[in-house]
Design a protein around this ligand. Sequence first.
Ligand SMILES: [Zn+2]
Length: 197
Amino acid sequence: MEQGIIEHLIEELTKLPGIGRKTAQRLAFFILTMSEEEAKGIARAIDEVKDKARFCKECFNITDSELCSICTSRSRDRSKLCVVEEPSNIIVIERTKYFHGLYHVLLGVLSPIDGMTPDKIKINELIERVKENEIKEVIIATNPNTKGEMTAQYIREILKPFDLEVTRIAYGLPIGGDIEFADEVTLSKALEGRREM
Ligand SMILES: [Zn+2]
C-alpha cells in the first residue's frame, strides 16, 4: 500500500480540534479497517453537512431548510426564548429535556477588545423577535465567563423597555463535585443562584 494516501488522511484528521498526531494516526488506521459502507458514510455525512447546512432564518440554529425543526415544531412554548452563543449549545440544552421553548443563537459573544461589538452578533435580530412575537420570558444562557456575563448584562439592559421577564441560568457546582475544589467564581455564582428548600 502506498504510504501517501494514509499520510494524507492523518494530515486531514489533525485539522479537527482536539485531534493530535497520535489520535489522527489511530483514527486513520481504524477507518482503514472499517467496511467501505461505514467509512463512506462518514465521508458522506461531512459532505452533506457542508453542502446543505445553513442558519435558520428565525433563530440561527443549524438547519437544512429555511427554518429549523425547533422553530417549526408545534409543540414548543413560543412565549419563552433561550439565548445561547452557538448552535452547539442547543444540542446540550435539548438533551436535558427541561426546556420546551424556542432558541435564539447569537453566533458569537460580545468582546469589544476583539472587535465583537453588538452589531457583529445577532442582537438586533433578537430585539426584532421580541418586538414581533408575544415573548414572556427570555432566558440568557451565555457561557459563565467574562464575555458571556458581559453579553448577558448587555441583553438584560436592551430588553428593559419590553414587558417581559429576563432571566439568567443559574450556575452551580457540578454534581458529584466538592466545594473544596470549586473556584471562587463558581462558588459565588452557586451562592447567588441559591433557592429555598
Ligand atoms: Zn430556528
